[in-house]
Design a protein around this ligand. Sequence first.
Ligand SMILES: Cc1cc2nc3c(=O)[nH]c(=O)nc-3n(C[C@H](O)[C@H](O)[C@H](O)COP(=O)(O)O)c2cc1C
Length: 301
Amino acid sequence: MSIPIYFAPLQSYTTLPYYLAFESLIGGVDKYFAPFYRADKAGIFAYDKQMLVRPKLHVIPQVLTNSGEELIRFACDMQERGFDEINLNVGCPFPMLTNRRLGSGLLPYPDMLRNMLAAYFDGDTPLKLSIKLRLGLEVDNEINQVMEVLNDFPLEEIILHPRIGIQQYKGEPNWGAFEGLVARYTLVGNGDINSKEILDNLKLRFPDVPAWMLGRGLLTNPCLLHPEMEWRDTMLKLHDLFLNNLKEFGLTEHQILNQLKCFWEYPSRHLEGGQRLLRKMKKVGSMVAYEESRKRFLADS
Ligand SMILES: Cc1cc2nc3c(=O)[nH]c(=O)nc-3n(C[C@H](O)[C@H](O)[C@H](O)COP(=O)(O)O)c2cc1C
């Protein structure tokens, strides 16, 4: 039996129209994680139209909060829409959020995390809850106390991206630290799995890991797990399906153009000269100009 694969949430990139296109063309992903929602100052969540009803896909909505009350409200909102699981983001590294004890900024405060989870599980927990986190905010042993807290609650699963918050996305994932933790806890692994070879090596090194999560690697090369598929042909088809979905979701031309520019951001890294093409594409202001730019993207390499 093959080990489950999860699609990592990336704000602005892993949208529902993208996930739907990916699933219908490529598939092989067991859970699609949606980028985080965050309540405003008044504690209100604003959901985009796309998340009003649970899609046929196995999507896990994510929330960024440090409040039990907000966590419960988010779960109730998602239950109304038909979802059966939510994910709590304790990994986001951006200082504007970590300064507010959100994302990986919560890792140095295990008691705050405990209070939030206690509030969630003391109530009529409406939905399964999983957590995505890093090793720490500033040091990689912050996770030890955090894991002791998490161990006290019936979480669905814990996904670890073994970097610390202040690293953001620099340096290498610390698989040595991950190794020490998987000896004691069941963890899903995530971070820089940019080829099938890297994934296969990690599976060999960590045979007890129940699932692997991939983000940028899959966005850059959507056929990463399907060596029999051809990149250019896959990109063309994925693009057309994605564009169709954007239209079906009723986005304006301006919104569609912005999303299409995002669509090419990671694939551009797969191509020699891709960065130059992307810079040109980012300047286009109409669908007609976009179409010209897209053609160059797939022909010009
Ligand atoms: C642009 C960008 C946006 C991201 N947005 C989110 C997010 O909304 N929620 C989250 O949990 N992680 C987010 N991440 C982190 C990814 O989910 C993932 O943990 C990280 O990129 C490492 O995995 P990868 O190397 O396979 O991409 C984001 C990462 C990037 C680069």
